[in-house]
Design a binder for this molecule. Structure first.
Ligand code: TYD
Length: 132
């Protein structure tokens, strides 16, 4: 779990409204190959529940809030995201589940690889075997 960390982003405060930004070679430790977002999550639903063999991600709560529960095969850790000026860096081989979404949450995810279903490990027991 040592590579996992909250990364604070620049926050340009302004009376007209605040501004934050992400540069791939500056704020996050990988080249951005894909951007996707999760929204309109019904109350009580969760997303994720898988690990990636290769892909790294950076996850930001652009609005609203949610929890990310991570497992590295040994321990589990929970992170709460609720501000748009920081995010969670998740390196490869971490089983993740996004849950506790507040109403109107917008989750932004930057990924180091294009979408590839073969990169997913969707079964937790398979993940435990894979990381051993
Ligand atoms: P999935 O990654 O399982 O969703 P989450 O982890 O957010 O719960 O993806 C759900 C579906 O969307 C799955 O059929 C694959 C598809 N998908 C893409 O086509 N491209 C993408 O970049 C992502 C993230 C998912």
């Amino acid at each position: 779990m040592d590579k996992i960390r909250i990364i604070n982003l620049p926050k340009i405060e302004d009376d007209r409204g605040n501004l934050s930004f992400i540069e791939e070679d500056n704020h996050i430790p990988f080249k951005i190959n894909r951007v996707y977002w999760i929204y309109d999550v019904p109350g009580g639903e969760y997303r994720g529940s898988h690990a990636f063999k290769e892909s790294e991600e950076f996850i930001v709560a652009l609005s609203g809030s949610f929890d990310i529960v991570l497992h590295d095969g040994k321990e589990e850790k929970r992170f709460s995201l609720n501000r748009s000026y920081y995010g969670l860096y998740v390196s490869k081989l971490h089983f993740r589940r996004l849950e506790n979404f507040s109403t109107n949450t917008l989750a932004l995810i930057l990924a180091s690889t294009p979408y590839n279903e073969n990169d997913y490990i969707r079964d937790f027991d398979e993940f435990l075997t894979f990381v051993k």
